[in-house]
Design a protein around this ligand. Sequence first.
Ligand SMILES: [Zn+2]
Length: 170
Amino acid sequence: MEPKIKQTTGGEQAALLIRATDFSGMLERLDRMAESLSEIRESLPLKRRKLSRATKRAHIGCILSWYEGKCPCCREARIISDNGSILPSCNEEHYVNRHENALDKTWLVCQECNSRKTTGKVAHTDVEALFRAYQVTLRKHLADGKGPVQMRLKDSDRLCALSKRQATSR
Ligand SMILES: [Zn+2]
């Protein structure tokens, strides 16, 4: 009986040894996976930051006052209605990168212009000139006291509600 017991014990020890080897192998694999994950995280594109309500209000005001509610890029497509609501064709564009959501790094353009830019159908230098021109107009608009702070409460409330509705519909 005794050898049989010893054999069993030996077998159990062997099994434990195998499990211990498996375990250390697993730990090594986990370490390698953690390393890969941090590399992947570092190479991911920057998170898209939404435009703040104040930023949107400033863009809306400027486009209504200076562009007749039309896209500042093509000046053809209507993107803001007369009462200041954002039309479905309006796109928030992060001009610099998805992470930069400040007033001077963004604008509102029509769907067509947005896709033309992202697909490279329009020269970057052309859009650049239009964007710079828009930013000059925007600064003038804000300097004229037509910025979001100076807007009537009724208007700003309505625009906030519209911005919210647009944000939830995405
Ligand atoms: Zn356009």
